[in-house]
Design a protein around this ligand. Structure first.
Ligand code: ADP
Ligand code: MG
Length: 504
């Protein structure tokens, strides 16, 4: 005992802790509560006597604890370095090989402890207000069951509902930015949500309608995707160098200016026009009579689907122009026909189309000249080309290089057409009225003009009477026409349709 007490003053624990000699006690003493208490008091004097608080010993304890922590941290650092080295070795060992051997089992640091701090960040985020954490709201519900045993949050809870509504916005309106996010706890009331939903649905419908309209309007302009492709093919084949702007958009067609190219042996004019017949049939329905009663096309017309009928219109214009050209009538020259696109020579110069005769501001001298030209061309048409223009007016006559040029002959028919003479009468009325109004005193009236052009001798100054006689003639014609139709059908059966478009 003395030894121990003498030694107490000399022996210094390097960690600053005093070695307390162990006291011997019997087993019964050890089990005694009193002894336990006594021992506890001996080792923890501070708990019993605050006045005797040994600050130094406290500090010593604290120092030792941080040493332990430091040691653990160092060990961890060491282990991490080891693992990094191990990973390097693993990489080197496996190289580019698709089959690799894992060194994972030799790692010192448990993957759980080794997690990157950046990954941990998510765990540390304050998700209390995360709107997507819908299932377990931490806030006390404002509505729902309140009371003993009834503190349940139902789906009707205002906040839950609000959050759900906000999240649902993405389902039907991802384009609506609700401004919600991790840091915002946006709640949309049912009323606002329903209002927004209705608005978005209406908007979506509207935009679909607009899109449809846009598609339609391109079709209206006859330049739908199929037409564009055809036009592109023409440029690609070299028939055309360029397709430039649109000259006119009419009810039945759109006309474009184009620079002629070079294609095989073809003589392509420097400047061309593309007459694109509209693929919407609405307008053409009114014009059925021009084609379905034209014996040249009658047989084919009845067998074709509506889209092909449009091709027939283009083909009809091509044939009529060819006839006119042959007879020496001033008109555009056909370059090529592709389905519903007719390419012909451009009447005009340097991209500027020739004016319609109504816009040409002709001098009276030129107007008189123009009248005589038109008269001559009408006769040529009727007698040489066996055609009636059927839409002849100041709108379809262009003034170019001091001459009148006739255009737009897709509806032109033969005089034996069941309504051919009526169409001629109408043409004569248009021509007569225009030139008389333009001050051409020599311009014949409609009846004289009709007789001069047709060579018929209908004697009447009364329109109703004149037309009645025309109808009589048309009836007489019918037998003759029927014969021709039969002949044409027989020809088609034997030789196929005349000048069919190769793609048809
Ligand atoms: P629509 O059936 O739409 O009336 P048109 O054949 O009359 O078609 O052509 C419409 C317009 O396009 C004409 O009024 C004319 O201004 C212009 N045009 C048509 N063909 C030519 C052409 N070959 N050269 C110059 N302009 C033309
Ligand atoms: Mg026209």
């Amino acid at each position: 005992m003395d030894q121990v007490s003498a030694g107490q003053g000399e022996i210094k624990n390097p960690w600053g802790k005093v070695n307390v000699p162990a006291t011997t006690s019997s087993l019964t003493d050890v089990m005694s509560e009193q002894l336990a208490k006594q021992l506890h008091e001996e080792f923890n004097p501070s708990t019993t006597c605050n006045d005797d608080l040994d600050v130094a010993s406290f500090q010593q304890d604290a120092d030792t604890d941080s040493d332990l922590m430091l040691a653990q941290m160092l060990q961890m650092e060491f282990d991490r370095e080891f693992d990094t080295q191990l990973r390097r070795e693993e990489k080197k060992f496996n190289g580019e090989s698709k089959v690799s051997i894992s060194f994972e089992n030799y790692r010192m640091v448990h993957p759980f402890e080794d997690s990157d701090s950046s990954d941990d960040e998510v765990d540390w985020q304050d998700t209390r207000h995360d709107p997507y954490r819908l299932e377990k709201p931490t806030t006390t519900p404002k509505k729902g069951f309140v009371g003993k045993g009834k503190n349940i949050t139902t789906k009707h809870d205002e906040e839950v509902c609000g959050r759900k509504n906000t999240a649902r916005m993405d389902n039907f309106a991802p384009e609506v930015h609700v401004g919600d996010g991790i840091s915002m706890d946006l709640k949309l009331s049912n009323q606002v949500y329903n209002h927004l939903k209705r608005h978005c649905q209406a908007e979506q419908k509207r935009s679909a309608r607009l899109h449809e309209k846009k598609e339609h309007s391109t079709a209206e302009q006859a330049v739908d995707s199929k037409t564009r492709l055809l036009m592109y093919k023409m440029v690609n084949a070299g028939i055309l160098e360029n397709i430039n702007g649109c000259i006119s958009t009419g009810k039945e067609s759109v006309v474009f200016h184009a620079d002629g190219g070079s294609f095989e042996e073809m003589q392509i004019p420097k400047e061309c026009v593309l007459k694109v017949f509209k693929t919407t049939l609405n307008e053409f329905r009114n014009r059925d009579k021009y084609i379905k009663d034209d014996y040249r096309f009658k047989e084919r017309y009845s067998k074709l689907n509506p889209r092909k009928i449009i091709h027939l219109w283009a083909e009809k214009e091509m044939h009529n122009l060819a006839r006119m050209k042959k007879a020496g009538v001033h008109c555009p020259e056909v370059v090529i026909l592709k389905k519903h696109i007719l390419v012909m020579s451009f009447i005009g110069q340097n991209h500027v189309p020739a004016p319609k005769i109504k816009d040409a501001m002709l001098t009276s001298e030129d107007m008189k000249k123009a009248y005589y030209q038109v008269l001559q061309m009408m006769q040529q048409l009727f007698k040489q080309c066996n055609l009636v223009h059927a839409d002849l007016s100041e709108y379809n006559m262009l003034w170019h290089e001091g001459k009148v040029w006739l255009i737009d002959v897709s509806q032109s028919v033969e005089p034996t057409h069941p309504h051919g003479l009526e169409f001629l009468f109408r043409d004569c009325r248009n021509v007569s009225t225009f030139f008389q109004k333009a001050g051409v005193t020599e311009a014949m009236d409609v009846y004289d003009l009709f007789n001069t052009v047709s060579g018929l001798k209908i004697s009447s100054d009364n329109e109703a009477d004149f037309l009645a006689q025309i109808h009589e003639l048309e009836k007489i014609n019918e037998d003759h026409v029927q014969k021709r139709i039969k002949q044409a059908c027989a020809d088609i059966c034997e030789n196929g349709p005349p000048l069919l478009n190769e793609d048809d």
